[in-house]
Write a protein that binds this ligand. Structure first.
Ligand code: ZN
Length: 373
């Protein structure tokens, strides 16, 4: 089945460039030789280039975003947060919002384009111009809370887009499925007391942030039951992810019955990622995408938008991204993932007991998810 799929990209996203850290280690003139920052723009550019070179772009609606407005940002963020990023960005060398959170000179304007890309994607799907969309955003958003930037994330792009849908488009309920290997703490924080959003994060237990993302964080006040965390143990493979979707994610969606689904989409759960310790591969992402598509078709007229988050393997991320794009558009290219056979054959791709224990604990929280009409 072919679908009208949007692909949102702006060259400025690849101009959001951090320092000369060796991964995350700051050069010190002695032991740490300068190298490329872990959050390397080549990763998203190679993803974008593969979408073009594979021929898939010919079947997509390629869209160039415009900047989000300040009032869009203020749907989620405090004015102090916005002003802090603007001030750092206006400095000749940029600055650091907190540890591991550099903001480059000119970064504010690109962050506005990232939030604007998420808004453009959900708006076009709401208007019926698209069936679904992938917004290949940078800087990412899911670690950014209403009051602070964290983990390379400046503004909470997915949360801003969701608030727009709830506040201005008449939607009552939206759902987030965050499959980045790190916890979606920013999206969780934005909606922790807002019962209109179901926020689900499936991540590596205590990878980042190490003090958040636990299974007993369920939301507060009348939003209790609308936040679900599935903190899988390091080493989890494709079978653990599939089990988590079948036993927690999809049943939660079917209970909550959202009007729109947003997927903060990091590809750092892939087996080659330098910052994660999971074992996903491109076929695994295909299976999860098909499950999300089926749920969106059943619950919300197929309304599904992916907002790009992390993913640090310059080599593998493009193939994970292409797999997702092929599934959501229905167009298969003749490109094969050169890493797939290797990663399929890795030991411990099967579901094992200590993973089941976490999934069981998360599944017990399904009883608290508010039932949608
Ligand atoms: Zn991540």
């Amino acid at each position: 089945m072919f679908r009208k799929t949007g692909f949102i990209w702006h060259e400025a996203y690849a101009w959001y460039q951090l320092g000369n850290e060796a991964g995350l280690a700051r050069p010190d003139g002695r032991g740490v030789q300068p190298d490329r920052h872990a959050y390397d723009p080549e990763t998203v550019r190679r993803f974008r280039n593969l979408v073009e070179m594979s021929g898939l772009a010919d079947h997509l609606v390629c869209m160039k975003p415009t900047a989000a407005s300040e009032s869009d940002l203020l749907r989620v963020h405090t004015r102090e947060h916005v002003e802090q990023i603007r001030a750092l960005s206006d400095h000749i060398t940029g600055g650091e919002a907190e540890l591991f959170m550099p903001v480059p000179a000119g970064g504010f304007e690109i962050a506005l384009l990232a939030a604007g890309g998420a808004l453009m994607a959900v708006e076009a799907v709401m208007d019926g111009k698209l069936d679904n969309a992938y917004a290949l955003l940078r800087p990412a958003g899911h670690h950014s809370t209403p009051s602070a930037s964290r983990g390379f994330c400046v503004f909470s792009n997915a949360a801003i887009a969701g608030r727009y849908l709830l506040d201005t488009r008449g939607l009552n309920r939206i759902a987030y499925i965050d499959w980045d290997v790190h916890h979606g703490n920013g999206t969780q924080a934005a909606f922790y007391g807002d019962k209109r959003a179901l926020t689900i994060s499936i991540h590596q237990d205590r990878c980042f942030p190490v003090d958040d993302g636990f299974v007993d964080q369920l939301g507060e006040g009348d939003a209790y039951g609308t936040n679900l965390n599935i903190p899988l143990p390091p080493g989890s493979g494709v079978d653990a992810y599939i089990a988590a979707y079948e036993r927690v994610v999809i049943p939660a969606l079917e209970a909550f019955r959202p009007d729109f689904i947003i997927v903060p989409s990091g590809f750092d759960a892939g087996a080659m990622d330098p910052l994660g310790r999971m074992m996903m591969h491109s076929d695994g992402y295909r299976v999860l995408t098909r499950k999300l598509l089926a749920a969106a078709d059943k619950l919300c007229n197929g309304r599904l938008v992916f907002t790009h988050e992390g993913g640090y393997s310059r080599w593998a991320v493009p193939f994970y991204g292409l797999a997702v794009m092929e599934e959501i558009s229905g167009h298969k290219t003749d490109i094969t993932d050169p890493f797939l056979d290797w990663h399929r054959a890795l030991g411990w791709q099967d579901l094992v007991a200590h993973q089941v224990a976490v999934i069981d604990a998360a599944a017990r929280n399904l009883q608290h998810v508010p039932r949608g009409a």
